[in-house]
Design a protein around this ligand. Structure first.
Ligand code: PEP
Ligand code: MN
Length: 298
C-alpha cells in the first residue's frame, strides 16, 4: 500500500488499523477526530496554539509566562517538569515541584497544561497534574510508556521520534489506541537529516503534515521551536506549518523583561511573548481557510 502516491512499502492497514484512515471509513477523506483537552479542541477549524517555557524553572518564571501565554490569546500552557536531557549533569527539571508550579499556573490562568512524562512508573503522578500527557521524541518508541499512557486515558501529545518514519510514528500511536485511548494528537518536531545542526537544530518536515492527514484521522500539530532550534526561525516556520495545514502549534517562549533569568534549557530557540502574539494573530486570521487541494488524498 503506498503512502499518498509515494513509494513507501509499509502496509499501514496492518501496522496501525485502529488509527489508519483507510481502515476507518467513517472519517471519510478529510475528517479529523476531535481531541478535547478541557475546553480546547484539536481538529476543529481553529488551530490550537500551545505556548510556554521549555521547563518550569521557578514559580515566578512559570507564572509570568503563563499569564503572557493567556494574554496572547493562546490556548494551552506547556512546560516540562521532567526533562529529557542529553547529559545527566544538565538540569533535569524540577520534578514534583515543577508539577505543583504548573498546577498553580493552571489555577491562575485557566489554561490547560501539557507536560512530558518519560517514565511509565510516573504516568499516574504526572497524569494527576496534566490535562494532556506529552510523550517526547526520545520516548516515541518506549512501548511500555505508550501502553501506560493509553491505559491512563487522558489526551496524549505524541511527538515524532527524531529519526522516526511516518509508519513508526503511527505504529506508536497504535499502541496508545490499542488501550482504548484515541485522544491522541501527533506533533512534528523536526527530524535528523544530513544538515542537522549545521544551520538549524533539526529539519522541519512540512511534507509529513499532508502525508499524515492522508493516512490518519488524528490531528497533527507542529513544534517549530525544537524543529529549528533558533528563535528567529520560529515565526516563519510557524506560518509555513499553518499554511501546510497543521491543526496547531507548540512553541517555547521566554521573558523579554529586562533582567529576567535566561532559560536553563533551550534558550536559543525561545521567542518573546510579543512574537508569540503575532503568531497567534496569524493563526487566528487564517482559521477556517481550507487548502485548495489535499495533496495526499488517496
Ligand atoms: C519538549 O517539547 O519539551 C521536548 C523535549 O521536545 P522533544 O521531545 O521534541 O525533543
Ligand atoms: Mn525545549
Amino acid at each position: 500500500m503506498s503512502i499518498a502516491g509515494a513509494t513507501a512499502s509499509a502496509d499501514l492497514g496492518k501496522i496501525c488499523p485502529l488509527v489508519s484512515r483507510r481502515m476507518n471509513a467513517k472519517y471519510g477523506r478529510d475528517e479529523t477526530l476531535a481531541v478535547r483537552v478541557e475546553h480546547v479542541e484539536f481538529g476543529a477549524t481553529r488551530p490550537v496554539i500551545i505556548g510556554g517555557p521549555c521547563s518550569a524553572e521557578s514559580v515566578e518564571q512559570t507564572l509570568e509566562l503563563a499569564h503572557a501565554v493567556k494574554a496572547c490569546g493562546a490556548d494551552m500552557l506547556r512546560g516540562g517538569a521532567y526533562k529529557p536531557r542529553t547529559s545527566p549533569h544538565d538540569f533535569q527539571g524540577l520534578g514534583l515541584e515543577g508539577l505543583e508550579i504548573l498546577r498553580e499556573a493552571r489555577l491562575q490562568t485557566g489554561l490547560p497544561i501539557v507536560t512530558e512524562v518519560m517514565d511509565p512508573r510516573l504516568v499516574e503522578l504526572v497524569g494527576e497534574y496534566a490535562d494532556m500527557l506529552q510523550v517526547g521524541s526520545r520516548n516515541m518508541q518506549n512501548y511500555p510508556l505508550l501502553t501506560e499512557v493509553g491505559k491512563f486515558g487522558k489526551p496524549v501529545l505524541l511527538k515524532r521520534g527524531m529519526a522516526a518514519s511516518l509508519c513508526e510514528w503511527l505504529g506508536a500511536a497504535e499502541y496508545i489506541a490499542k488501550e482504548g485511548n484515541f485522544q491522541i494528537v501527533l506533533c512534528e518536531r523536526g527530524i535528523k537529516a544530513y544538515p542537522s545542526g549545521e544551520y538549524s537544530r533539526f529539519i522541519l518536515d512540512l511534507n509529513v503534515i499532508p502525508a499524515l492527514q492522508g493516512e490518519t484521522f488524528l490531528p497533527v500539530i507542529v513544534d517549530p521551536s525544537h524543529a529549528t532550534g533558533i528563535s528567529s526561525m520560529v515565526e516563519p516556520a510557524s506560518r509555513a506549518a499553518l499554511e501546510s495545514g497543521c491543526q496547531g502549534l507548540m512553541i517555547e517562549i521566554a521573558s523579554e523583561r529586562p533582567g529576567a533569568a535566561r532559560p536553563k534549557c533551550d534558550a536559543a530557540q525561545a521567542i518573546s511573548p510579543t512574537t508569540l502574539q503575532r503568531i497567534v494573530e496569524f493563526a487566528h486570521g487564517r482559521a477556517g481557510q481550507k487548502l485548495e487541494s489535499k495533496a495526499c488524498a488517496v
